[in-house]
Ligand binder design. Sequence first.
Ligand code: ADP
Length: 168
Amino acid sequence: MIAIYPGSFDPITLGHIDIIERGCNLFEKVIVAVLRNPSKTSLFTIEQRLNQIRHSTEHLLNVEVASFDGLAVNYAKMQQAKVLIRGLRVLSDFEKELQMAHTNKTLSPEIETVFLATSNEYSFLSSSVVKEIAIFGGSVDHLVPQHIAIDIYKCYDKTQPKPILNQR
Ligand code: ADP
């Protein structure tokens, strides 16, 4: 069975990678799908994020990395995937994610959303937390793979704590 793991991944964190690794143990193939969302400002371009994810999942044999436009359920159908994987950290995730899962069910009843609970050590971790730490000059070495930490540090001018933001 093929599963899609959709998200922004701006950037991918150790929490996302943990979900991908566990998804790979459950499904034949996991497609990590980066949403192309022109209305959202991001730190990294789609191409940078795709490269970061590819590099971070090199150790996994049944992962594919791609980007998509529009609805995740439509992309899932196109890829013949039956499952959308989403991660759950805290109660606030649950509310938003459940609403999204129900909405997706009304759009495509044949596609199931499977929730994977975060591993304890990553329950506080999000892409936004990583960016907030980096913007104030803190270390993110323990939150993202080393090659991504380097990419993040390059984005922030230490003397002027302002991110270089990309549209898309
Ligand atoms: P989105 O903008 O779609 O929420 P994200 O890249 O922020 O995209 O997250 C993608 C998915 O990964 C979401 O389901 C989110 O809840 C989940 N996720 C993010 N961080 C973690 C984490 N530390 N542990 C488990 N799941 C996570």
